[in-house]
Design a protein around this ligand. Sequence first.
Ligand SMILES: Cc1ncc(COP(=O)(O)O)c(C=O)c1O
Length: 307
Amino acid sequence: MSAPPRATYWIDGKATSAEAAHAPVLAHGLHYGTAVFEGIRAYDTPRGIAIFRLGDHLLRFFASAAHYGLEPGYSLDRLRAAIVETVRASGLRDAYIRPLAYFGDETIALTPRSHCSTHVAIAVFGFPPLMEGTAGARATISPVQKFSSRALPATVKASGHYTNSVLALQDAVARGFDEAILLNERGEVSEGSGENIFIVRDAALRTNDASADILYGITRDSILQIAGAEGIPATVGPIALDDLWQADEAFFTGTAAEVIPILSIDARPLPQRRPITTALREAYARIVHAGDERYDHWLTFVAPPAP
Ligand SMILES: Cc1ncc(COP(=O)(O)O)c(C=O)c1O
C-alpha cells in the first residue's frame, strides 16, 4: 500500500482536514504499538455505495480495544455513523476505511490505561484490492515465525502485532515473492501477513482457527458461510505444512486482498485448475457488489447509485 495521497478524516469526534490530521509525536500508541485498527471496504454497487460487514468490523474493533484497555469513548453506533459520514464526505465510490484507536501522549510509562487519553481516528481513501489484475499470489514459507498467542493474542487486531507481518512481508518481497505464509511455533501453517489461508483437498475446504495463532478474518468467516450455503464441505482445524504441499488448491482471504488464489509456494507451483477457489472468489465478488440479495444483511448502503 503506498501512502494515501489524499484521505478524508474524522478525528476525535469531528471531520478534520488532511492538513490538520496529525498524531502527537509522543503518543503511547506510536511508541509501543498500543493502538487497534480495522480495514474495511466500501464498494460501488448498482444499488448504491455499500460498506461490507461494517457492524462485524466494529465489533472486532471494540473487542481489540477492550483487550488493551483502550476506551474509544464513542458507542459502536456513533462510530458506525461517523464511518458512514466520512465515506460520504470522501466522495469516493470504492473506498478503504481505516478506523484507529490509540493511547495519547500523557505518559510514556508502559501502563497507559489509567494515565492516557484514547484518540479515535477514521481515514477513508482509495485503495484497490491487493494483487488486483494478477492471476494470484506467488507465496513463500516465511522464515519469520508467527507470534504465539501466549505472547500476543493473535485474534486482537493491534498495531504493535503487525511488526511481525511487516518483517515477514518485507522478507518475502525482497526475495521476489508476493506474500509470506507464516508458520507458528509448532510449525503449523498460521496465515499470510495480512490474510487468512484456505486449502482445498478432494473438493473440500479447510482453514485453521485461533489454535494456529490467526486473526479471525471477516473475509474468512464470509467464505465459510458462503461455502456452507453453496454445499461446499468445509472443516476447521490445524493445517500442517504437508497439507499445504498436498493441496489441490489454496487461497488467501482478507479485506485488502479479497479472495486471492495461491499460484505457487516457493519453487512449487500449485495445480492450475482451481474450480472451488474460482467459484468462491466469484461468489464473494458478487456479494460485495450487492449482486446477491441473500447477503444484503452484510451490506450497509450509504449513498444512492451513481447517476
Ligand atoms: C494478520 C491478518 N490475518 C487475517 C486478516 C484478514 O482479516 P479480514 O478478512 O477481516 O480483513 C488480516 C487483515 O485484516 C490480517 O491482517
